[in-house]
Design a protein around this ligand. Structure first.
Ligand SMILES: *[C@@H]1O[C@H](CO)[C@@H](O)[C@H](O)[C@H]1NC(C)=O
Ligand SMILES: *[C@@H]1O[C@H](CO)[C@@H](O)[C@H](O)[C@H]1NC(C)=O
Length: 377
């Protein structure tokens, strides 16, 4: 029952900075279900023995080492001029944290896992894929909603914590079915006896097999030309083949600034010796340095994946009537127009499922060389 105490504590920590531990553990558990047997076997050897090959026990670790490892900026990305719900911008005007953010971190650690760098990159990747699927991690307004006060079930809560843990805890508490094992060893063997196990079964059994069964392939797709992450150091990047011809003219320092998704694409296209001053991170991503077993195309396109998630800030997360002006009465979020709509659309469940299958796809590609997810339940 390793996971229960964390969840029980979640409501006591209303200013938590990331998905509560439960959100991360649910994403990790959904990923676990979708790993190929070869990937699970690899994880048994890479993860610390007490994890027994499971991702959930390491999923919240990156929050615990936030200060020590100074990885704070990797948990979120803030587009300049983004102000939901009035105005949603996602990188069109640049970023407040352009080089190190949750998008570049995901590309970075995917490359490191592909490159056989072991346990720590897997911990970070598991965490940041989770963070990216919490829409408040994709906006800078009021520090991702940490400074935006609301009422939730009659209590004062900031918006970030409502999305990190408030809605999730309520959904888990109110679900009364799926308390007994499903007829699927693939699912049941990924569950560790956590308080959210019924919720995971519900998401998989009704969502993955039903509501979204035709969408899952699309969730994993990446643009053929690489992830079009807007980056001010390399402005007006048109089609990949076009800027490939111009890239040799860039200085070494500009190249170093290229974010990892683009770097990965670049590394595949340009012979290494053609570019002087390649950073080590870039070298690590070059296919000749990637283990023979994992020569699939670079599987992550965090910008492409995050862009529609960010839009949820304007569509559902920030009530239109919220002004943030001091003295205005607090808005209750546990209402039919707000929470009821999220429930009818299964928004929260979809975010957790998307995060889970994307993480599984990245780990499957990196550790077993097989793209996609194991969907045999
Ligand atoms: C990539 O990971 C290394 C740690 O392994 C870190 O020092 C670096 O800042 C990361 N870069 C990005 C863009 O996240
Ligand atoms: C389980 O509970 C959820 C939430 O109340 C409901 O939407 C779903 O239809 C139930 N499923 C079954 C099989 O009873």
């Amino acid at each position: 029952m390793l996971l229960v105490p964390l969840l029980a504590l979640a409501p006591l920590v209303p200013t938590a900075l990331a998905w509560g531990a439960a959100g991360h553990e649910i994403v990790a558990t959904i990923a676990q279900v979708h790993l190929y047997p070869e990937t699970k076997e690899a994880l048994l050897h890479i993860l610390p023995p007490e994890a027994k090959g499971h991702l959930a026990p390491i999923a919240a670790w990156a929050d615990q080492v936030r200060m020590r490892w100074r990885n704070g900026a990797m948990h979120y990305v803030n587009g300049i001029n983004d102000h939901p719900a009035d105005h949603c911008e996602f990188g069109e005007d640049g970023w407040a944290n352009e080089d190190v953010n949750v998008l570049t971190a995901i590309a970075n650690f995917t490359g490191q896992v592909m490159n056989g760098k072991g346990d720590i990159p897997i911990r970070f990747l598991t965490h940041f894929v989770g963070d990216m699927h919490q829409p408040l991690h994709l906006t800078g307004r009021d520090k991702g909603g940490n400074g935006a006060m609301f009422l939730f079930e009659g209590r004062h809560r900031n918006l970030h914590s409502v999305w990190d843990s408030g809605i999730l805890t309520k959904n888990i508490r109110e679900l009364s079915n799926y308390t007994t094992p499903l007829p699927s060893k693939q699912i049941e063997s990924a569950l560790l006896g956590a308080i959210f196990d019924p919720y995971v079964r519900f998401i998989l059994w009704e969502g993955m097999r039903g509501w979204w069964s035709n969408s899952i392939e699309g969730w994993l797709a990446c643009p053929a030309g690489g992830d079009p992450y807007p980056h001010s150091s390399v402005s007006n990047i048109p089609a990949p083949d076009l800027w490939l011809n111009t890239v040799k003219g860039y200085t070494a320092s500009a190249l170093k600034l290229l974010p990892s998704p683009l770097s990965a694409f670049l590394a595949e296209m340009i012979p290494l010796q053609a570019v002087e001053g390649f950073s080590n991170d870039l070298l690590a991503l070059h296919p000749t340095n990637v283990k023979a077993s994992s020569r699939a195309p670079f599987p992550a396109c965090p910008y492409t994946w995050a862009k529609p998630l960010h839009k949820l800030n304007c569509e559902s997360a920030w009530p239109k009537e919220y002004t943030g002006s001091p003295g205005s009465p607090l808005i209750e979020l546990d209402t039919d127009v707000y929470l009821g709509k999220l429930a009818r659309d299964n928004t929260m469940e979809m975010l957790l499922a998307m995060g889970g299958v994307r993480l599984a796809h990245l780990l499957n590609t990196a550790l077993s060389g097989k793209e996609g997810v194991y969907l045999a339940y």
